[in-house]
Design a protein around this ligand. Structure first.
Ligand code: MG
Ligand code: ZN
Length: 215
């Protein structure tokens, strides 16, 4: 019974996601679904790289959050159009939420839309929102076991951002092991290592996005 309900929900979501994808394609907008645990550094990564990305693209951001507008306020300070979605406790964004949020953006003036999903390594990976690519942020403070424990999100993502690498000396995170596990789960995944405080690896992330948009 529960399995059937879940299948129907996912089927309905898939339909709206396809409509979103068509809308974004018609408007020439490349969409990134940015996922990762709470505290992995998704918003900080955006704060540190939006100024680079806006040199190439006209960027807008959709911010998914359980209850607050804190992340949206941080993005607004980067002078980028931002729409907040409050899921009222919902643990992921779905295609209908993204559609409604997109309606309040001027889609004729955007060519890169970044959707910051709700912090969660599980169900955001199951709900297509009509994106071109998924990206997952994993901070080294979360542990190197996460790819094997949550394989779907890494299988679905075109790029894994291993974040907070400046904290590696203070953790037992094994970078080689994480890279090996990621490559086993998803051989084509692009892996970038970033530190938003030391500002390292940020160009790798931006260049990957640039390469994806123009390919
Ligand atoms: Mg955030
Ligand atoms: Zn969820």
């Amino acid at each position: 019974m529960e399995v059937k309900v879940m299948k129907n929900i996912l089927g309905e979501n898939e339909k709206i996601a396809e409509e979103n994808r068509k809308l974004f394609r018609d408007k020439n907008i490349f969409v990134v679904n940015l996922m990762g645990s709470p505290g992995s550094g998704k918003t900080t990564l955006l704060e540190k790289t939006l100024s680079k990305l806006t040199k190439k693209f006209s960027v807008a951001v959709i911010e998914g959050d359980l209850f607050t507008a804190r992340d949206a306020e941080r993005i607004e300070r980067q002078n980028v159009p931002v729409v907040q979605i409050n899921t009222a406790g919902g643990c992921h964004l779905d295609a209908a939420m993204v559609r409604r949020a997109a309606e309040s953006l001027n889609l004729d003036e955007i060519n890169l839309l970044i959707v910051e999903n709700v912090g969660n390594l599980v169900c955001p990976a199951e709900f297509d929102v009509g994106e071109n690519i998924k990206a997952v942020v994993l901070s080294v403070t979360e542990g190197d076991d996460k790819p094997l424990k949550y394989p779907l999100i890494f299988k679905e993502s075109a790029v894994a951002i291993l974040n907070k690498v400046d904290l590696l000396p203070f953790t037992n995170f094994n970078l080689e092991q994480a890279r090996a596990d990621l490559s086993t789960i998803h051989p084509q995944i692009k892996i970038v290592e970033t530190s938003c405080t030391q500002e390292t690896g940020l160009d790798d992330w931006c260049n990957f996005i640039i390469s994806q948009v123009s390919s």
